[in-house]
Design a protein. Structure first.
Length: 135
């Protein structure tokens, strides 16, 4: 039988995540939810911290905040933990740079697009306020 990072239930997904995080050397904290899940089982928010507690920057990955995407997001996180659990190893800086680059694009083109969107928002706000009947 081959291992799958994806799960058919919340309990299975949680168990796989906790196992993968433990195998990766994470310190774990679990917070119990006061309600029960659709299967009448307990619900938790599980936090896994990997790396130094005094890190200058951190990456936060979240799954399950809206319910149905939890299984997919959890599967992706479990897979990542299995593939890249050596967060302090030789590939760590390359992985961090790739993840950072995927979420924070720091190029002149990107900055120009952000500036353009910001200017458009300000102009639309000014135009809307100038038409407002309460002014």
């Amino acid at each position: 039988m081959t291992f799958s990072s994806f799960s058919a239930s919340y309990a299975e997904a949680r168990s796989k995540f906790l196992d993968a995080a433990t195998d990766a050397g994470a310190s774990l904290t679990s917070y119990s939810h006061p309600e029960q899940g659709p299967d009448s089982g307990a619900l938790f928010t599980d936090c896994a911290w990997i790396g130094p507690k005094d890190a200058k920057s951190v990456l936060v990955l979240v799954s399950g905040t809206h319910g149905v995407e939890g299984f997919c997001g959890s599967g992706a996180q479990i897979d990542w933990l299995h593939a890249h659990s050596d967060t302090l190893g030789p590939l760590a800086e390359q992985i961090k740079a790739q993840i950072f680059g995927a979420f924070y694009v720091d190029t002149d083109i990107w900055r120009g697009m952000v500036l353009g969107q910001s200017l458009m928002t300000v102009r639309q706000t000014i135009a809307g306020l100038s038409r407002a009947s309460y002014l």
